[in-house]
Design a protein around this ligand. Structure first.
Ligand code: TA6
Length: 285
């Protein structure tokens, strides 16, 4: 096993990880799993070749950590979408390995700048278990004398063969908010197929969601914990063209299935209380 601290991008530390069970990269910016490829598999996590690596900018792809709000800020449109945790530099607290893989723990606490956007004291701990399967866990602790209400997401981008041939199962019968165009409440019937932009917040419970990929001949299972919602997103053609950090054609080769506390599934923490949002990603060929 090796973990190399790379500064190939000045002031932008990236951990390059190799282990018998897989390899990939984690940026301290955002505690962001950029890439992970289980040994013998196609890459699991999609990373845009046009991603921008600059402090304060979210990486396009990987697993953005969205906290303390998901999507646009509920009341102040001038604040960054998906909160600020994904654009702050986290601290690497520990890295350990076992025959099963590598475990990293990173943390983030409030400071004068975060308190401009979110005037409350907090501690976040992100645990990344990287191996044949991937376990991500975001522990959020309210260290403020006031209660706090948050929404959050582990906003995972998955490598797929062709969005037009893909299906996503596990959400049949689930209510969802369709946010493409005028937001509308709908109910999922059967599996999800893609023939246009899809951007949906599902009141899913934490049933396993499965990505069926006939092109790469695999099934990816997304098993959440601490969530009662999930988001499925693909930008399709026009939105992909509007994203400067995404090649126009790459809408074809990724899908986001995000493990969230979003929509009605928001979390209120009393002073000193904590909540953990987690996900396990596994591949079956
Ligand atoms: O999770 C879906 C979504 O909220 C989409 O609406 C789209 O905006 C996507 O996240 C990416 O957001 P970002 O701020 O990373 O460009």
């Amino acid at each position: 096993m090796s973990i190399v601290h790379s500064e190939s991008i000045p002031q932008y530390p990236i951990l390059e990880i190799t282990h018998s069970t897989g390899s990939g990269r984690v940026a301290l910016n955002g505690a962001h799993l950029m890439e992970w490829t289980p040994t013998g598999q196609h890459p699991l996590i999609y990373l845009s070749p046009q991603a921008i690596y600059r402090s304060g900018k979210a990486i396009r792809g990987g697993v953005p950590v969205c906290w303390p709000w998901f999507g646009p800020h509920p009341t102040d449109a001038s604040l960054p979408a998906h909160g600020f945790a994904r654009t702050r530099q986290w601290t690497l607290d520990s890295s350990t390995e076992s025959p099963a893989g590598v475990t990293l723990v990173l943390s983030l606490t409030d400071d004068a700048e975060t308190r401009q956007w979110w005037p409350q004291a907090f501690r976040l701990e992100m645990t990344l278990g990287l191996g044949a399967t991937v376990q991500l866990s975001l522990r959020m602790i309210n260290q403020d004398p006031q209660q706090m209400t948050i929404t959050a997401a582990l906003h995972t981008y998955f490598v797929i063969g062709d969005i037009r041939k893909l299906s996503v199962s596990g959400l049949n019968g689930a209510p969802y908010l369709d946010t493409v165009g005028t937001p509308e409440q709908r109910t999922q019937v059967g599996d999800i197929h893609f023939s246009g932009e899809v951007d949906r917040i599902y009141a899913s419970g934490n049933n396993p969601v499965e990505i069926h990929d006939p092109v790469l001949a695999r099934r990816i299972t997304v098993q959440g914990a601490g969530n009662q919602s999930c988001v499925v997103w693909n930008p399709w053609i026009e939105k992909a063209k509007s994203l400067a950090d995404l090649p126009d054609e790459d809408y074809l080769c990724f899908v986001c299935v995000e493990t969230t506390n979003a929509g009605e599934d928001c979390i209120t923490l009393a002073p000193g209380a904590e909540h953990t949002l987690a996900v396990t990603l596994s591949i079956t060929s």
